[in-house]
Design a protein. Structure first.
Length: 133
């Protein structure tokens, strides 16, 4: 139990050498494989919202005579994808907080050759436009 409290996870970005890693740290030791960003041409942040089905009782519908499975809680993530120079898309991380996703995008934006597309921000801007109409 105590060892689990000492394990932390995070992301290191080395802008000078154009590489990044997801790591797990125990005390001062960080473990994680570096990803070379030199062949990465596009980074995307996408919003993902999924319901997780639960084993709870079905939800009755009144007047229809049918029941629907209990949809369970909705899990929202901000998914970071890398696209390399041959078109391969790789899911790198799923953030639970947009602030951490934005912090990572900001650090990655310091690497000049990378194109960054934040679909979540675009979605927010679009919803603001719709509210003004």
């Amino acid at each position: 139990g105590i060892i689990l409290l000492l394990i932390k996870t995070g992301i290191d970005i080395d802008t000078e050498n154009k590489k990044m890693r997801k790591y797990k740290s125990i005390a001062f030791l960080k473990l994680g494989q570096w990803i070379d960003l030199k062949k990465i041409v596009l980074i995307e942040l996408k919003y993902n919202s999924n319901s997780v089905s639960t084993a709870g009782p079905p939800i009755p519908t009144f007047g229809v005579g049918a029941t629907f499975p209990n949809p369970g809680p909705t899990i929202k993530t901000f998914d970071l994808f890398f696209h390399d120079d041959v078109g391969e898309e790789t899911l790198i991380n799923q953030f639970l907080k947009i602030s951490r996703a934005n912090k990572t995008l900001k650090a990655l934006s310091q690497i000049s050759h990378l194109k960054i597309v934040n679909h979540f921000d675009a979605m927010l801007q679009e919803s603001k436009k719709d509210r003004r109409r």
